[in-house]
Design a protein around this ligand. Sequence first.
Ligand code: SF4
Length: 721
Amino acid sequence: MKINMDFVQPTFDKEEPSDAHLQWNRSMCPYCGVGCGLLVGQAGNEIKKVKGDPQHPANLGMICAKGGTLAEMMKAPGRALFPLSRENRGEPLARVTWDAALDRITEKIRSTVREHGPDSFAFYISGQLLSEDYYVINKFAKGFLGTNNVDSNSRLCMASAVVGYTTSLGSDGPPCSYSDIELADCIVITGANMAECHPVLYQRIRQHKQKNPKTRIIVIDPRRTLTCEIADLHLPLLPGGDVALTNGLLRLLIENGRIDRDFIGRHTTGWEETERDILKDSPQILANQAGVSLSALAQAAEWIGASKGFLSFWTMGLNQSSHATAKIQSLINLHLATGRIGVPGSGPFSLTGQPNAMGGRETGGLSTLLPGYRRIADPAARAAMEKLWKVPAGRIAADNGHHAVELFDALEQGKVKVVWVIATNPMVSMPRLDRIRKALAKAELVIVQDAYHPTETSEAAHVVLPAAQWAERQGTVTNSERRVSLLRQVVEPAGEARPDWQIVRDVAARLGYAKDFDFKTSEDVFMEYRETTRGTRVDISGLTYQRLKMGPVQWPFPEEDSPVSKRLYEDRKFAHADGRARFVFNPYRDAAEIVDPKYPLILITGRIRDQWHTMTRTGKIQQLLKSQSEAFLDMHPEDLKEYALRDGELVWVTSRRGSFRIKLKRKEDIRRGTLFAPMHWGSLFGTASVNDSVNDAFDPLSKQPELKYSAVRVTRDLAVC
Ligand code: SF4
């Protein structure tokens, strides 16, 4: 086997005879935030085989079904190959040249911004993008057009984690490493079905548990998911009961004398008020609010209190909520109260859904952020970026841009007139699809830049731009443990597809900013971006592509010879100005909408193991469709009986916002009164999306919508109320 990997001693690979003729290169998985390193075997410009990279610290050679079928994904139909354009919706999209497409976009942006101001334009982008893409988009919009209307589908995924970390610890950034798994003796997995959504990381936990059976695994989830297979304790809480449950744990830790008062006194503020408020409700009241037994809650508290390494993982089960920030702050309180943060095997660990959601945060890819974890609301941060971007003082607007839900509202209201959607499919993934449909119909110009066409969103476009994907382009990604890896280009882009950053660069140049966007390569972009991080929490100013070719590194990485940064806050200096972390007490609150006799059931949405996002890629791979080929609605057998419904029949699910039709599935492993449906399927698969009906209420701080809690009814006929 020929290995073109610059740094690896090729001792790892068990060569199979069929692999011998392939050229092997190092790559990264483009799906979830675990960020698995891959080896891709190619013959000429064709990728033939993909394996896990045993040298990559994130996955140590493991790989899941999605990553394992990337060679098939490259051959899947439906690639966007050429720029397409049409004057009006309803007309067919016709092939045009790149120049024609980019000229049209440029002219429309120029005239719209001139007539209606910069905020009449918006980007809606994606955690699929590379950091270089994110950086160029942010520089163009925030530094040159003068609008902060750049929001990402990461708003739907982990915006609440950003606010949770920032308010409690003083800065965004997961403080732990995957290697803390092997050092923990108590692991809490809450609001995360890791077995299906972060499968390789789940395998690491499973292996750790097998080798160390005394490690306690506690899973908190209304459903008995596959993740529960390794659980010592499953707490099947009521949907939305998370704050009550974590407050109950803290209350019991106090009662049991398991609080680290020395750590609290030296390194935190807000404990007195938090302890006073936590003690107001009895453990029984908190257990009742959470919907779990007091004995189970007490068992969990006992294990957490007795542990030396306490690691907690969470993802969208906490993040996608109208009081998500409160849930996360309450979870972080447990780590602060026990001093289990910044030490081996411990810490609150947010998992990202997408491969570069972290890079998006670092490069300023939300409507509240600027590169280097700077906040738009901070005048000094804006001034620093104006200096770095060499633009006049005051060029960066002082107000945050529209967050995702608000952005589509602004489109519907005609305030935003041109929207450029990149690498995402809001016509399936956003809540209240009826409103997204109306919003896109109202827009004067919808540009959809994607590796695939058609998608549910590109069908609404005036201009479709073909983007290079995965191994067709080069750049950096940051996974959930702050590890930056270099994704290398190993094949040519399909058709006329181009890297995302190049497309935006070329529009910026047409608008007169050629000198400021004089990037020839992704490495040029990276070298400029890294300078914007100098002196910030996410400092990677010592990092180069050359260094990344020697292996991925965790940030911060301020010097070329920076030591490995496995954990943040090992020095106990938190990122708030006084160096102390904050306890933030939150009382339990009801979800944004109530269950009543008309809408008596709670619908939770989520993901399944073998599909990814809105199935633009994985939905075309037969092997991945084998385990589940159609959308479904899980319902408890007793609920089936109560509503006189049958396993396998088609039913209508109706919320206060709309209805969708779906096949019922009998499921023992779900709480009574609770339903589960995957979010992946959209209209291109001949089915209505669950997001037609889910709640678009959002957390007041993170603006992340409540995709996981909608009051609904289930009926055989739509007319039945
Ligand atoms: S666990 Fe995630 S990153 Fe790893 S191979 Fe699977 S989808 Fe890709």
